[in-house]
Design a protein around this ligand. Structure first.
Ligand code: ADP
Length: 434
């Protein structure tokens, strides 16, 4: 108990006691006590009403608190209210700073609730997608940005995933939209102008596709003449080695150009299109059969753990299997084993190519899907590799909403696992029993 509270209680008791003594002198101590209690109560009620008025009007000078508990209460109140005013001021200042910095951000930021309705947005959101901070509050964001990819992203609520969409305001602009988790049941939609990046990557893609295309025709002519030269019985024997080498290099160049064109096609063409049900196990068996009869390669086993079919493009899934299988063959000694597995459950499907080959150092794994990246350039070249196989695999998987997970241990082997989401699996209709 504070000193003021103790003094207040002692004063109260002394006052009541004095009342009782005076009453006793007149032969009515109970009446004296009652009168003293009523007087004390009236005094405190007066103070309380005065305090309430001062609180209401904010005019504390008009109210005299005097000393004691009321003065203590008043100074405590004044201290707390000044503290809260100071906090309020600094919060307001902080809020102003935050608003200033979010408005200075070049990226649009839109706070959405669980129903994808706009709670707040910054200035960049206005320039990029035309949102008005006050007028559009409470509206669904997909009413302003009408794009199927964005609607899919908002519906899935896939935090961390991003989509690229055409600007709803300017024809040639491209925007990257990303969802970020934010508070309970809230999300932050980040919108970034990626027009320049998309323009550059299109330029690069077009350049590679055009250059590959232009190189293909002269190379076909050169290869044709080299083939005729090799078949010509009158060719001097001293030329044989040189012609054989030229034919092998021309073949290699044709292979690289073919893969570059394939990559450009995968990057450039739309994801949607004619997709069908793909029997992954059948494709695996066909790929295995293609290597039947080769005696100098590792044994290949197909492990069909599921009969579920995949929704996708069969030709592209076949490319994935062939690329992963030829890599496994290339980097596994003939006495090793290669297993192709297809499995599925409620969470999705997995196409796995595992080998007991030489394996890959952990430091190289994140770079394997880069174009022309090879752990051992000379070795890959000698084995007929282009360094484009896994880049092609990655792009096909992207088009099928799947991802590539690589596990490997040097000297023990590697596992290339393509994970498809459950929405890509075709679940068979249950057969009705008669
Ligand atoms: P490449 O045509 O050179 O095989 P890829 O893009 O298919 O190009 O593979 C990139 C690199 O990844 C290869 O050069 C090789 O170093 C490594 N790699 C791929 N698959 C395997 C595997 N199964 N075992 C060991 N290394 C592999």
């Amino acid at each position: 108990m504070s000193e003021a509270a103790r003094r207040f209680l002692i004063g109260m008791l002394a006052f009541l006691l004095a009342g009782a003594i005076i009453g006793w002198m007149y032969g009515r101590p109970d009446l004296g006590l009652l009168v003293a209690a009523l007087l004390a109560l009236a005094w405190q009620v007066r103070k309380l009403l005065g305090f309430e008025r001062a609180l209401r009007t904010g005019n504390f000078d008009a109210f005299r608190f005097g000393e004691g508990i009321w003065e203590q209460l008043f100074s405590r109140f004044r201290f707390e209210s000044e503290k809260s005013a100071r906090h309020k001021k600094s919060y307001r200042q902080l809020l102003r700073e935050i608003r200033k910095s979010t408005n200075a951000m070049p990226d649009g930021a839109v706070i959405l609730n669980a129903e994808n309705e706009i709670i707040a947005c910054n200035r960049a959101a206005k320039h990029l997608v035309g949102l008005r901070r006050k007028k559009d509050r409470g509206q669904r964001v997909d009413n302003f940005i009408r794009d199927p990819e964005l609607s899919r992203l908002l519906q899935s609520g896939d935090i961390g995933w991003s989509v690229e969409i055409a600007s709803p305001l300017v024809d040639y602009k491209w925007l990257n939209c990303r969802l970020v988790g934010y508070g309970a049941d809230q999300k932050l939609l980040l919108v970034r102008d990626v027009t320049e990046r998309i323009r550059l990557s299109k330029m690069r893609r077009d350049f590679v596709a055009n250059a590959s295309h232009e190189l293909r025709s002269p190379l076909t002519v050169i290869s044709g003449y080299l083939d005729s030269l090799a078949d010509d019985e009158q060719m001097p024997r001293s030329w044989e080695k040189a012609v054989a080498q030229m034919r092998a290099q021309a073949k290699r160049m044709q292979h690289i150009l073919g893969e570059l064109l394939e990559l450009s096609r995968l990057e450039g063409s739309a994801r949607e299109g004619s997709e069908e049900s793909v029997d992954v196990v059948e494709l695996m068996n066909e790929a295995r059969l293609a290597f039947d009869g080769h005696t100098d390669i590792a044994g290949i086993v197909v492990n069909a753990e599921s009969t579920t079919q995949l929704h996708g493009k069969a030709a592209e899934i076949e490319t994935v299997i062939i690329n992963l299988l030829s890599n496994a063959i290339r980097y596994t000694p003939p006495d090793g084993n290669i297993t192709l597995t297809w499995r599925s459950d409620a969470s999705g499907g997995e196409l796995v190519v595992a080998d007991t080959g030489e394996g890959i150092d952990a430091e190289f794994i994140p770079r394997l899907t880069e174009r022309f990246f090879r752990v051992d350039k000379g070795r890959s070249r000698d084995e007929g590799g282009t360094g484009l196989g896994l880049a092609i695999v990655k792009h096909v998987l992207l088009r099928h909403d799947a991802k590539l997970v690589i596990k490997s241990e040097p000297g023990k082997g590697s596992e290339f696992c393509c994970r498809f989401p459950a929405k890509r699996l075709l679940v068979a209709e249950p057969v009705a029993l008669s």
